[in-house]
Design a protein around this ligand. Structure first.
Ligand SMILES: Cc1cc2nc3c(=O)[nH]c(=O)nc-3n(C[C@H](O)[C@H](O)[C@H](O)COP(=O)(O)OP(=O)(O)OC[C@H]3O[C@@H](n4cnc5c(N)ncnc54)[C@H](O)[C@@H]3O)c2cc1C
Length: 396
């Protein structure tokens, strides 16, 4: 009998891990997918490293037609009521001959992953994990339908409110931003030319991110009361609000469907593994969406985790022996990204004009230095630091 990895959570991170394990090794994979996800109108900025991984796993091919390359980014910083938005930083170009990121609708990626899981014959349970127990031999996972699964390792990819993390007794360091992210798709009269725009406004950042055609995905950070009003608003009126805040640089804007609201908080688990359980994706860390890095971090977890579990199994070890190596490789990167996004949000959401002047000077220094800019681009492309093999486009 081969070794078995159970994965709790059939979101994007859980499914990418399932595909990585099933396509790169002989490990048995059991996916406990949880409830069918609600409609997700968001799109994600997938870094170049994530694209390489999805291509290696045979998923990118199904996503590519709906993926829009990001060719550049414009960052502005303005005070309340400013009519002109001063550009403080601009990026344009490619890293290693490819766009530094692609915008991909979450639904498209989810559907492609579900199809790839089915094609690989991954055993999937449309149930939730209600409890688990472990001993030296393995872990027994109890399911909401009354069944049980035995496995060598259980991965918690069950999202920000992770039940598995709670059963494992792993605490989190949390912060409520008192902000909401308003997300959805808009269409506009003019071409975006692959350029993403991020306006740093006093209530928080507003991002207009290029999708295929004359469409963009917005992520708009606002106070919760205002966000709730926007979500209730008729899409036509919501379109006027988007124009008021974003401006008319893309011509008239139409909101395609009612906008969705996500309360924003950060949360980082105090540990990423306990015994035979490891955390991946939002179960381990939730960060502010302003840098578009939450899912990218989760995909890096999946790439490193697959490598550690497969390497342990290949040399005849219990796969659980790979978990401490996973924690060692992921901890610093995650904490660093959580601190950077937290710091940027705090720095840019302040109304002080003195602070705004200091920000302009600091970003102006980056703007004038090509080396620093190309370092920023490589960071955004997920190409800095020690890359797991899948993110280098290699097999495990
Ligand atoms: C407005 C907004 C914009 C964002 N934009 C970006 C971006 O551009 N780029 C980026 O990289 N990131 C972005 N993010 C972050 C990104 O969306 C998340 O990090 C990512 O979706 C997390 O995926 P996940 O699979 O870890 O968790 P989830 O998507 O939450 O999936 C968890 C899964 O677990 C299942 N589940 C729950 N409980 C159980 C249980 N007990 N047993 C079994 N299964 C269970 C659920 O049904 C679900 O399917 C954004 C976030 C927000 C809020």
């Amino acid at each position: 009998m081969g070794r078995t990895i159970a994965i709790a959570g059939g979101g994007i991170v859980g499914r990418v891990l399932a595909v990585a394990l099933a396509s790169q090794s002989h490990l048995n994979v059991r996916l406990i997918a949880g409830p069918h996800p609600a409609a997700d109108e968001r799109a994600s900025a997938l870094a170049a490293s994530a694209r390489r991984m999805l291509a290696r796993l045979g998923v990118w091919q199904a996503v590519a037609v709906e993926a829009e390359p990001m060719r550049g980014m414009v960052i502005t910083d303005s005070a309340e009521g400013d009519l002109v938005r001063p550009e403080v930083l601009t990026f344009e170009g490619e890293t290693d001959g490819h766009p530094f990121a692609h915008m991909v609708p979450n639904e498209t990626l989810f559907r492609a992953l579900k199809a790839r899981c089915a094609a690989l014959g991954i055993e999937e349970h449309a149930e939730t994990v209600t409890f688990y127990d472990e001993d030296a031999q393995g872990v027994v996972v109890e399911l909401s339908g009354g069944g049980r699964i035995t496995a060598d390792v259980l991965i918690a990819a069950d999202g920000r409110h992770s039940k598995v993390r709670q059963i494992a007794g792993i605490g989190v360091v949390e912060k409520d931003y008192g902000q909401c992210g308003i997300a959805g798709t808009v269409s506009h009269e003019l071409e975006h030319n692959g350029i993403a725009t991020q306006h740093f406004l006093p209530a928080g950042p507003f991002a207009m991110l290029p999708l295929t055609g004359r469409r963009s995905s917005i992520v708009w950070t606002e106070r919760p009361e205002f966000a709730a009003d926007i979500a209730r608003m008729d899409p036509m009126l919501a379109g006027f609000e988007v124009e008021r805040v974003f401006g008319l640089s893309l011509g008239r804007i139409t909101v395609e469907k009612p906008l969705q609201v996500y309360p924003l908080r950060s949360s980082v688990a105090r540990d990423f593994a306990a015994g035979r359980v490891a955390l991946a994706g939002d179960a381990g860390h939730v960060i502010h969406p302003l840098a578009g890095q939450g899912l990218n971090l989760g995909l890096r977890d999946a790439a490193v985790l697959a490598e550690c579990l497969i390497e342990a199994a290949r040399i005849g070890e219990d796969p659980a022996a790979g978990l401490p190596r996973y924690v060692k490789r992921r901890r610093a990167d995650t904490v660093q990204m959580a601190l950077v996004t937290d710091g940027l949000n705090a720095l840019f959401s302040k109304r002080s004009s003195l602070l705004r002047a200091a920000r302009s000077v600091a970003l102006g220094l980056v703007e004038e230095r090509d080396k620093l800019k190309s370092l920023f681009m490589r960071e955004a492309a997920g190409l800095e630091g020690e890359l797991p093999r899948l993110m280098r486009g290699e097999a495990i």
